[in-house]
Design a protein around this ligand. Structure first.
Ligand code: HEM
Ligand code: HEM
Length: 181
């Protein structure tokens, strides 16, 4: 199994996957919050389609990212960071992985149970993966909303941590995710 921990950095693939995921997720969250509050109309319809498209495309990207992560060990954090902080960072990473996998799948199942179409970038439609069940759909959308807000909290800690490393600790933790070693 190829491991890259001896190089002390992330592979180009891991970095591209990280920033691609970040772009999709950081667009999908505000879109999800805005579209439900806009009221019916063409602007809301457009955001719904775009939100579902981003989420749908994210599923194969996340599956590949998880495969890559399992076969390529990430570099360890600088050794002088307290063990408790290292564990906290790892816990946030694991919870983020769980969210980026669960959230789009829950969105897909909930939208299927509602029987709304999922047009992926107006090119093709995803098939429904659940029988029509409005009550179940509503329950799943409530869960989708809670996970969405939990992701906001996790990301505030995650991005805050990255900025703390760069501007206060002045180490290479942010840069190794941007440009590698
Ligand atoms: C401006 C936005 C972001 C910044 C500055 C940022 C920064 C970073 C940095 C510096 C690392 C490497 C940490 C280390 O070396 O230990 C990292 C890892 C990670 N980031 Fe982000 N990130 C951002 C957005 C996101 C988003 C939106 C997600 C997912 C929802 C995400 C998920 C992850 C995960 C899961 C890891 C762990 C990678 C691994 O080692 O397996 N990040 N991020
Ligand atoms: C990682 C991917 C995704 C993220 C981060 C995300 C996040 C969100 C957020 C934050 C909301 C707003 C909740 C609220 O405060 O009302 C939302 C709503 C929604 N999302 Fe997603 N979502 C994702 C993927 C998907 C997918 C793949 C679908 C469908 C195929 C979907 C369908 C919806 C729908 C229909 C709503 C509106 C729910 C309602 O108004 O009750 N989402 N999403």
């Amino acid at each position: 199994m190829p491991l890259n921990d001896h190089t002390g950095t992330y592979t180009v693939t891991a970095r591209v996957l990280h920033w691609l995921t970040a772009l999709f997720v950081l667009s999908a969250i505000p879109m999800g919050i805005a579209m439900g509050r806009l009221g019916p109309g063409p602007a809301a319809d457009f955001l719904f389609d775009l939100h579902r498209s981003l989420g749908a495309v994210l599923i194969p990207i996340v599956l590949f990212r998880i495969y890559w992560r399992l076969t390529h060990k990430p570099p360890p954090l600088p050794f002088d960071i307290p063990r408790s902080q290292q564990l906290a960072a790892e816990a946030v990473h694991h919870m983020l992985y769980a969210c980026i996998l669960a959230q789009p799948v829950i969105g897909w199942i909930a939208t299927s149970a509602y029987r709304a179409p999922i047009k992926v970038f107006w090119l093709f439609q995803l098939p429904p993966i659940w029988k029509e069940d409005r009550a179940f759909s509503e329950m799943l959308f409530a869960l989708h909303m809670y996970i969405g807000w939990a992701m906001c909290l996790l990301l505030a800690a995650h991005i805050g941590g990255a900025l703390f490393h760069h501007f206060i600790r002045k180490d290479r933790v942010l840069m190794r995710m941007i440009e590698g070693a």
